[in-house]
Structure formats: structure tokens, C-alpha cells
Design a binder for this molecule. Sequence first.
Ligand SMILES: Cc1ncc(COP(=O)(O)O)c(C=O)c1O
Length: 400
Amino acid sequence: MNLRNIREQFPILENGSIYFDSASTSLTPNIVIDKMVDYYKNYNANIGRGVYRFSEKASFEYEKAHNKVADFLKVYNNEVIFVKNSTEGLNIVASGLKFNKEDRIVNTLIDHHSNYITWLRLKDKLGLNITHIKPDSNGSFDLNNFEKSIDENTKIVSLTHISNVLGSITPVEEIIKIAHENNCLVLVDGAQSAPHIPLDLKKMDCDFFVCSGHKMLGPGGTGVLYIKKDLQKEIEPLLIGGGTVTDVSLNEYSLKEDYERFEAGTPNIEGFIGLGAAVDYLNSIGMRNIKKHEQKLISIVLEELMELPEIEIFGPEQIENRSSLICFNYKGVNPHKVAKIFDEQYNILMRSGHHCCYPLIKHVINKPEGTLRCSLYLYNTEEEIKIFINAAKKISKRLT
Ligand SMILES: Cc1ncc(COP(=O)(O)O)c(C=O)c1O
């Protein structure tokens, strides 16, 4: 990986800030910005609605982006639905599935609010039963708990692939096997995995998958929902309208068969064309290389922070079980206060707080004030890590 070339792709880095909040949203490379500007400057038109050149070009580029994302996730083109973020994808599945009174749902305590309250709402609305599986404090699950909780009445297991707080990696393949043996569906929330590790959804065999384009170098307002082809007819679309129908008569309508039934109205055309460019760029670097680079950096962060007795670290101690983020706290100090110091005095930008994971924060790691989070991506460097560790040591001295 040529880090100099990579960093040149990200104009925002020229301002000298150290950006450690990619788990929240990633920076945007020139290749994505240019692709969107090209749309506005040269062929700004709606898709699928005209036979004139601009519209045909926009439709072609949008369709190409669909293919690129499908290839990236190793699924078929007609299984990829463009949505505005992971949250929308989760809501489409939760609100579109048909439930019986006795159906049960399995969720976990590491799940992001978008993958937690979405199911709680169904519990309130339909009286469904939800089991929340609790991991240990490092995010590691006992698979026996899934064996015990999933039975013939379990309609869906919805769980997080990589925790946005603990950085822990959930053994989704094993859990999917248990679920499928019980004819139960599985939704994998890949908001934190798709940007960082190579994925093959057909091999994983999940039924639904969501991820956020804006966390994988794509523009804001872009996300992806994968629904296995055979299941698409079982999900009632959240929105219907222009673009979703094959025919409409006075009192009836028929919906299209594939992903288009879920993409109602004019989409974020330039955004998804930009997401296609982001996927090209990730592929050109190589997801394996990105993962290796991030693991090298995060292992330095982990080792160095573990040397500081004033700091407590959350998540797995073994680097192989961890993704590219680390949550930590200065013992007894409010994380927002420390995040401000990192920003104002060291130009290091980091998230602090509950990371949209109250159940985890309150019931797994028991830190109601939340944590600091250092999350990395392909553009971060060892030099930045050195600056961060020096700053962390100085802050340690000041606060204790
Ligand atoms: C694990 C996880 N799931 C879901 C989401 C929601 O993503 P979005 O805000 O893009 O919908 C996030 C965002 O941080 C996340 O980390």
C-alpha cells in the first residue's frame, strides 16, 4: 500500500488534522468527489425515465454502480438495494417481514440502536417476544446461548458483524448455521465490517445484510441493503411509487420483481454513482491490504494504551479478534472532556459518548458516560499513531 498516494486522494487531510472517527463516517477521496461533480457538470438527469442522452448516461452509471457494489459483496446485481444508510435497510426488513403472534426475534446486546429499537418497536406493536443475547465484557459470545434461544418459533436473528464499540468480530457464519437449521432468517449488520474486511455474502449465507456507503469512502446518504433473491417477495416495501411498478390500472398495480420494487422515487443518483467509484477505489487498494494495514496500526494503539495504567480499554485483548477501532477511557474522567482536549490541543479528532449503543454501554461494559473511540481506516499512518500515543501520555500526566 502506497500511503502517500492514498493520502493524496483525500483533500481534507491537507488541513493537518488527524482523523480517528472513520467508524462514524469515513473521509471522501477525490475519485468519489470527481465522479459526483462529473454527474452534475455533464449529465445531470433523472434515471430510468428518459430516452435522451443525459438520462441514458445517468441510468447507465447508476446501474454500473449497482453491479460494482454487488460484485464487492459477492452477490447478484438484483439482490442489492440502494438505501440511504444501514438504518434504512434495517427498517425496511423489520417493517416488511410478516410476523405471526408466536414469532420470536433474537437480537444481541452489542447491537447499534438502529438494529435494536427497530425490533423493540415490533415487540411493542405486535407483542412479539425478543431474546437479547449477552456477550462477555469483551464482546465474545457463547454459541450455546444462540443454540438455546433459537427454535422453530424464531423468525429472525438480527446481529452485528463487528461491534462499533468493542471492535469485536461476531462469528456470524456459525450463528447463521444454527439459525438455518431452525428455518430462521438472519440479518447481518455489516456497517462496521463492509468498509474494513473482505466479504463474501454468498459464502456467509446471511439472508439480509446492511452497510453504510458513507463509512466506506462513499458519499453521505448512501447505504446498501442485500436481500436474498428468494426472500424479496416476502418483504413488503417500506415505500412504493415511481420506479417500483410494472403496471398500474385504475384500481390496481403490480410491483416489479427485483430490487427496483424497493427503490421508490428518485434516488440519490450522484451519491450512488459516487459509491460505485468508492468501491472501485477500495478494490484497487485491495480489502486484504486494507485489513492488514489497519491491524498493524491498531495493534500498536492497543499495545501502547495497555501500558498506561490510567487508561481502561474495552473489547478483545487479542488483536486477531478485533477490528480497526478501540474504545477506551481515562479512569474516572468524562470521555467528552478528553475528546475536547485531543481535538483542541492535539488536532486529533475522535468520537466520545455512547456510540448509539446504550444497551452495551449500560449492561455489558457498565460505563453510563460512554467511552472515547479511536477508529482507523486505510489513510491513517504510523506517524499519526505516534502523535496520538504521545498526546495520550501527556493527557495521562495532566489528568492524574
Ligand atoms: C454497527 C452499526 N450499525 C448501524 C449503524 C447505523 O449506520 P447509519 O447511521 O449509517 O444508518 C452504525 C453506525 O455507526 C453502526 O456502527
